[in-house]
Structure formats: C-alpha cells, structure tokens
Design a binder for this molecule. Structure first.
Ligand SMILES: [Zn+2]
Ligand SMILES: [Zn+2]
Length: 329
C-alpha cells in the first residue's frame, strides 16, 4: 500500500494561485505516472463524514485548525476506483465536494482527451441517501456538467428514491444519469478480474437503505463500509469479511461517546472507534493491519494525525484513511 497526501488539492481551487497549481502538478506527476501505469487501484477522494472538515458554522478547535491549515482539511468520504489498463474510473459515493474531488481524480487518473462533454466516470456507485453520499449527483445535471446517461449503481430503494423525487428525478428524465439496481451479493463485473459486490448494512434509513461494497481486483480485495449503525446489528460477519479481504475501510465517524456536546449520540448511532478497536483487538495483528477508519466526523480527534486518538489507533494496529491515499488492488 502506498499513501500519498493530496493536501494542497484540498484548498478550494479558486483560492489557489497559478504558481501554486504549477508546483503542485509538478509534485503530483510521479504519483500520477505510478498510479496509471499498472494495476487497478482505489484512490481515497475524501475521508470525512458528510459535513466535511471544517464543518459549516463550527468553531471548535479541529475546525478552526483546518481552516488555518489546509493539510488538516478532509473532504467528504468517497473513493475512485481506477483501472488504468483500459483507462476507466468509477466513483463510489457522490459527495458535495465532487468538484474538488474530480480535480484530485484527474491528477491521478486523467480521462482520455475527447471533444465535447465526455463522461466524467464510467459509472457511479452509491451507498445510500444521506447528503454526503449522493448529492454530488447534482453536478451531473443540466445546471452544471449535463452528463449523458452516466450509470448510477445503487440499491432498489435508492433507485426508487432517485427516480421518484425531485430534483433527482430530473437527472433521470433528462437522461443525465441512468439508474441501475445492484443485486446484493452478486458481483458486478467491471473487467474480467475486477468487480464490485454490494451488501446490506444497517443504518438510519429515512429515504433509502444502505449498502457496503466489496471491491475485488486482480491481486487485492477491499471492503468499504463508511456508514453503519453498530457492528452488533450487522447481518454479515465483519471479522470474516476482514479476513477475506486485504483492506477494510470502515466507519470511523466518532472516536468515543460524548463527542458531540449537547446532542444525544444514540440518535446518530455509529460504532465508536474505541468500540471497534476493542472488538477487533481479538483478531490477529495481521488482520487489524487491514483496517483503516474513514468517514471521520469533524468532532473526531482522530482527524488530527499528530493527536492522541490517532496514536491510540496506530497502537491498536489499525490506521486512518487520508485524502489522496492510493490503495493497490
Ligand atoms: Zn455519512
Ligand atoms: Zn449515513
């Protein structure tokens, strides 16, 4: 596994000077070459909870720090699945940060130059209908890119939600997106040795149910569960899934109970990282090494790589996903 930080790309582009962009493209060039030369890989486009870091209106230290220091920023949780062999790329969750995330995607896995408005992605996979995970679809509509029948893979309930409710149904009716239903437990083949399998995850289901994804490449397999209520409610066997994979990007929304002052955390259940570390401590070290926490809330002290929470995670043999990180498949 190689990790590349995409720090400078997290600064909103309009504020970035030309010289800075030039320097950054020079810095990013070796990475881009490495990434596009070989086997399929996953690029982490974002590692924060739906509201990102810093979060709107937030005056706590982690948010203030992230406003001062762009390297502390985290975009909303999202992955890019890339197959450099046939120059294809798929988006996994479409976030409100999509414009910046597309820039990051283009640095690593540029599309072949084409006239007009070529598809930005060969498809989009969606986990569920919470704002951080699908509202990026708005950029594919008439007001912005106006994409042509971009395939959007999701659960049946999510598909119905998009097809039946404005403004999303306009994307469908005007052929900007083409909604496709995933069959749970059945691999969708993207290449002979690359596929995505969806599975059900328990999570607050106001508008849609929630999926996790298992991405199987030529050499490695990755599981992605950015949002889940509690491990004890999961029908699948998370330990078995980790054993059967090489990488596990798992819900790390909150580090510990009491993290959000004045708000009942039982209303927004997630496995606290402390709980996950405790649960997974029964697994051998080689299994724990596969685990990286993603979807970190702006209140989560583990967002600071130099902090005590991050040190606790590392000491437990696990890791924290970062924007710009590359995971080979
Ligand atoms: Zn979320
Ligand atoms: Zn959610």
């Amino acid at each position: 596994m190689t990790a590349a930080e995409g720090h400078a790309l997290m600064d909103p582009l309009p504020r970035v000077s030309g010289l800075f962009l030039l320097l950054m493209s020079a810095c990013a060039a070796p990475d881009a070459q490495d990434s596009t030369a070989g086997q399929p890989y996953v690029l982490v486009l974002g590692s924060a909870q739906d509201g990102g870091l810093p979060q709107i209106g937030c005056q706590q230290d982690l948010c203030k720090q992230a406003r001062r220091d762009p390297s502390m920023r985290r975009m909303v949780s999202s992955l890019l699945l890339v197959d450099p062999r046939n120059k294809k790329r798929w988006l996994i969750d479409a976030t409100p940060d999509l414009p910046e995330q597309l820039e990051l995607a283009n640095q690593h896995a540029p599309r072949p130059m084409e006239q007009g408005r070529p598809p930005l992605f060969d498809g989009v996979f969606l986990t569920h209908a919470h704002m951080g995970h699908y509202t990026g679809l708005m950029y594919l509509g008439r007001e912005v890119y106006g994409s042509d029948r971009t395939k959007v893979w999701c659960s049946r309930r999510m598909a119905n939600f998009l097809q039946d409710n404005g403004p999303w149904k306009l994307l469908v009716e005007e052929d900007h997106i083409q909604v496709e239903t995933l069959v749970l437990g059945q691999e969708l083949e993207l290449a002979t040795d690359l596929g995505v399998t969806a599975f059900q995850v328990p999570h607050r289901d106001e508008f849609s149910d929630t999926l996790g994804f298992r991405i199987e490449g030529p050499s490695k397999t990755l599981i992605f569960i950015p949002d889940i209520d509690k491990w004890s409610q999961f029908d699948g066997d998370i330990e078995l899934m980790i054993e059967g994979a090489d990488h596990a990007l798992l819900d790390g929304t909150f580090f510990a109970d009491g993290e959000i002052p004045g708000r009942a955390m039982a209303d927004i259940p997630h496995p606290f990282i402390e709980e996950s570390l405790d649960r997974f401590s029964a697994m051998p070290a080689r299994e724990r090494l596969k685990i990286q926490f993603i979807h970190l809330n702006h209140t989560n002290p583990a967002t600071d790589p130099e902090g005590d929470a991050a040190a606790t995670i590392t000491a437990a043999g696990c890791g924290i996903a970062s924007d710009g990180q590359v995971i080979e498949l």
